[in-house]
Ligand binder design. Sequence first.
Ligand SMILES: NC(=O)c1ccc[n+]([C@@H]2O[C@H](COP(=O)([O-])OP(=O)(O)OC[C@H]3O[C@@H](n4cnc5c(N)ncnc54)[C@H](O)[C@@H]3O)[C@@H](O)[C@H]2O)c1
Length: 283
Amino acid sequence: MSISKVMVIGAGQMGSGIAQVCAQSGYEVLLYDVSDISLDNGMARIENQINRSVVKGKISGQDAKETLKRLQPASGLDAVKSCDIAIEAVVENMEVKKKLFTDLDEMAPAHAVLATNTSSLPITEIAAATERPSQVIGMHFMNPVPVMQLVEIIRGLQTSDQTYEAVKGMAERLGKISVQVNDNPGFAANRILMPMINEAIYAVYEGVTSPEDIDNVMKLGMNHPMGPLTLADFIGLDTCLYIMEVLHDGLGDSKYRPCPLLRKYVKAGWLGRKSGRGFYSYQ
Ligand SMILES: NC(=O)c1ccc[n+]([C@@H]2O[C@H](COP(=O)([O-])OP(=O)(O)OC[C@H]3O[C@@H](n4cnc5c(N)ncnc54)[C@H](O)[C@@H]3O)[C@@H](O)[C@H]2O)c1
């Protein structure tokens, strides 16, 4: 199956990054969001990023013009009828995603692939909301999408080889390196990353050392580019807690229990960078 036209649904942090990378790689792209403000902001963010690349000399003015021409906002979900693939990047909520996939399934052409950028929700369950589970797949990009090389491609129970190959080929054309992962809680990236972050939070909770020194240990001792607590603040502590709950519920092992300090911070509204306070202060 060949993919030439892409619809990205959700114009937030991830969706705008995905749309940008697709347009830069030669795909025709439609970007849709349920909120007009988010759609306008997403389009503006992409234009800004591309113009900055011109200023930095990374791409020519002509390339920028052509990239932006390939990217259009969509006024409704039914625009998917002209697309070969839909990549969903809306809120991390199973009910919202299931409803969206049922609607996309009704509107998309029969050959189209329906992909989700979920960081933790089961692909198999999302696929079950459609009549085409063999054409539903996880395409988990990392944040920020234009910078990070990895895409986890997650196969649901019924995802076909043809769907997998089409999406793998697309990831290559986007200049990404993909890994094939089966549909298990947290997939591979968050299964490994989140328990490490949770353990770093336990170390603060149990008074092992300060947040700064925990980050120093991992940066200077393990060569991580960012310490786990700085990274947790960047991801959002509410998101970290949510993913730990998914691991704990899905795998049923007490080693995945979220640290009480993480729960406490989220209850206090200390969500990291986005709220101005997490393990560090961003005032
Ligand atoms: N932020 C990350 O670091 C990251 C990394 C990998 C994957 N993800 C996943 O990507 C998805 C999006 O995350 P984000 O950080 O971009 O969120 P975000 O809040 O920045 O953007 C979500 C967008 O979806 C829109 N939206 C909500 N419901 C919609 C609907 N029914 N139809 C169309 N648009 C709708 C919202 O208006 C918003 O603009 C989530 O599933 C998340 O788990 C996030």
